[in-house]
Write a protein that binds this ligand. Sequence first.
Ligand code: SF4
Length: 282
Amino acid sequence: MTKSKAQKNAPDTFRALQTAHPDAHCELDHRSAFELLVATVLSAQSTDVAVNQVTPELFRRWPDPEALGSAATADVEQALGRLGMFRQKAKNIVGLSQRLQQRHGGEVPCNLDDLVALPGVGRKTANVVLGVAFGAPAGVVVDTHVQRISQRLGWTKNTTPDKIESDLMTLFPRDQWDNLSHTLIFHGRRICTARKPACASCSISDTCPSAFAAENVGRKPPKRPPPLEPSTAPPRKGKAQPKTKAASGQAATPGKAPQSPKSSRTSSVRSSKKAARSTKRS
Ligand code: SF4
């Protein structure tokens, strides 16, 4: 590929980031490849901090694949209570533990193909385990921080994790892949945050092509509200349907529910009775 200026400068920029974050490392607490694998599966859509709060008790109760593979899923769900998607995650970590027992002698495999065959394990999780536990990454871990910062630094024009990973693997040698993702994640959490990147205190602002104008670079597009559903009720024959505010796409007046045909009939009966009483009196 023809390299842009930012891509040519990438090795120097990365060195400056390494100097800024010399302690960059995987922030999921673990003591073995098995604990790292489980913690990484649990980290999908959850913060490392939240995962680190549940794993001590989880690994105290079920310390290895044999124990976790024979646990009742309902008990594991309860232990994961604080995490999002806890039901699916409980099913995955019990399932992957069983598979480790059945096919890998209770050990975590150290190759990509066997890892991604485990329940709940995708390429990103597999690369975390290969890089951190075995020092042999098969690619670059591209999470939301790596994705955003690679775009802001001009290292990629792509927006999908697979293509960004491919660009980063071309720009950097294999022995830097593991540290590259940890360093970018550290920088993304501490300085180059999604909403308010701290460009004024960033050590690479003199070379960053997005400096002081990064708010909208590399961010996920805002979620749009779903389109209003057209009314599915068939029109009544011979009678025009009254247009309600909701049907015309406007919000109904808060606190005022539209009057149903039944309630309008009830009120007309009430009015007739009232009229009859007043005639009687007169
Ligand atoms: S200068 Fe700003 S946009 Fe560029 S890496 Fe630093 S914080 Fe992020």
